[in-house]
Write a protein that binds this ligand. Structure first.
Ligand SMILES: *Cc1c(COP(=O)(O)O)cnc(C)c1O
Length: 463
């Protein structure tokens, strides 16, 4: 008999393994357990056939099965600790919701609710009624509606206002926001015809004027959220565009992107347009995201003149883009907090983190540093320093925001190994490596996670 077949016969049987105390005591679905046992046995068989000699001890096989079960039973979509300092991290779910928004989601999710029911009349209501008035009140808009995200909002706006017509856009604003969201392609999908004017770096009011024809449906301005042209640059402001458009009876549409609803320049965040100023310009329709600088759930918010909003509600795309009840619950709760400017700065995690200054960040950094020092052995060294983070979410791309950072230098493992181990934790920690250190930016880490972060660093720095 060959070595191979002798080894193959030594692999424990499925039933034997299932009876092993460490597996029979597991509290998981039986199908998951048997599937895991089969997969582990199968891997061993493959290894033997490939000429390897894997360990065939029952104990070690059971440990592998438990790892396999854990992997299968862990939720794929789950929380992580964001130690990157990037507040609106698109890959990490963008905006964290306020406590009130989370509560609203929970209560609506667990019970029947008023999604499309009018309690006063005892009859069918509108799903948009829950937030329309709030949005109008906060922004001063005549009317409002909400859809699944801002990409859908832009599509709906163009499809309603510009189908079969020409839309004039500056070449400096034909941007790609991410994924397949590119202004020229969205325009094509919506049925509008793009009329490009100006150049990449300079567009003048006369460029818009010259492009007007009897078939012009709208002027579109797109906020170039995620990049910035510096130097020899000129654009036509929203105010100017509104004047030009209205003199000619042409509606002006503004894709604002981030949707800041407080004046962030008061907190050192410059150059980000804000919903209130955009509204004052007199633009006919403005759209923005719910989960960027507004700090709410993923949503696309459209505000503007009633005649256009009414038409959008009748567009068949509205059904395809419609917002779901959980989002709506979170959105209503988030917007309600905006009614009190002081309250929203306190309660909205995005605003709280973005507006945090060194006055609060340095003591926070000192606390994390102290937690590290408390648990530390000789497997790593730690320093308290400063670094620059970003707002993220494709907003204020050129502005770095100063923060307090704890820097880790592992003694026995490489930085790459440490970074990877932190990602493999049951509650993963996402950190970045810079200049031969692993950096933990306290701007985006909650204080109640500090002890966990410190213990995890200690664990992951071991040989
Ligand atoms: C982010 C952004 C979008 C897309 O918004 P989503 O909510 O991510 O769909 C569209 N336009 C601009 C200008 C943006 O910044």
């Amino acid at each position: 008999m060959s070595v191979n077949s002798q080894l193959l016969r030594k692999i424990p049987k499925v039933d034997e393994l299932l009876r092993h105390p460490s597996l029979s005591s597991l509290s998981c679905q039986h199908t998951v357990l048997t599937e895991s046992v089969r997969e582990v046995i199968d891997t061993l068989r493959q290894q033997i056939l490939a000429g390897e000699e894997p360990c065939l001890e029952e104990e070690s096989i059971c440990e592998e099965v438990i790892r396999c079960v854990t992997k299968k039973t862990t939720m794929s979509l789950r929380p992580v600790i964001n130690a990157t300092g990037i507040v609106l991290h698109t890959n990490l779910g963008r905006a964290k919701l306020s406590d009130a928004a989370v509560k609203a989601i929970q209560s609506v999710a667990q019970d029947y609710n008023t999604l499309e029911y009018n309690l006063e009349k005892g009859s069918r209501g509108s799903r948009y009624a829950h937030v329309e008035k709030l949005i109008s009140k906060l922004t001063g808009a005549e009317d409002a509606m909400v859809v699944n995200n801002n990409a859908a909002a832009v599509m709906l706006v163009l499809s309603t206002m510009a189908k079969g017509k020409e839309v004039v856009v500056s070449r400096g604003e034909l941007v790609e926001i991410g994924g397949a969201f590119r202004v020229p392609e969205i325009m094509a999908q919506s049925g509008g015809t793009l009329v490009e004017v100006g150049t990449t770096n300079k567009t003048h009011p006369s460029d818009y004027v010259k492009a007007v024809s009897e078939n012009t449906g709208a002027f579109l301005k797109v906020h170039t959220s995620n990049f910035k042209i510096m130097g020899f640059f000129e654009e036509v402001s929203l105010d100017e565009m509104v004047t030009l458009g209205h003199e000619r009876n042409i509606p002006v549409i503004y894709d604002l992107g981030s949707g800041a609803m407080v004046r962030l320049e008061d907190y050192g965040i410059l150059d980000e347009p804000n919903v209130l100023d955009a509204m004052k310009s007199g633009a006919d329709v403005i759209s923005f995201s719910g989960d960027k600088l507004m700090g709410g759930p993923q949503a696309g918010i459209i505000i503007g003149k009633r005649e256009y909003i009414e038409a959008m509600k009748k567009n068949p795309l509205t059904r395809a883009f419609r917002i779901d009840k959980l989002t709506l619950a979170a959105l209503e709760a988030t917007l309600r907090e905006y009614l009190d400017p002081a309250e929203v700065l306190q309660n909205n995690p995005t605003l709280r983190m973005i507006t945090a200054t060194m006055e609060t960040l340095v003591p926070k950094g000192e606390k994390l540093f102290a937690c590290m020092e408390k648990v530390r052995d000789d497997s790593f060294s730690v320093a308290l320093t400063e670094d620059f983070g970003q707002v993220g979410g494709g907003s204020v791309p050129t502005q770095m925001i100063r923060s307090s950072v704890v820097a880790i230098t592992p003694a026995y493992v490489s930085l790459d190994v440490l970074e990877k181990r932190l990602r493999e934790l049951s509650l993963p920690i996402i950190a970045r490596i810079s200049k031969d250190r692993l950096l933990l930016d306290v701007r985006t880490i909650e204080e109640h996670h500090f002890d966990y972060v410190a213990e995890s660093i200690l664990k992951c720095c071991q040989k």
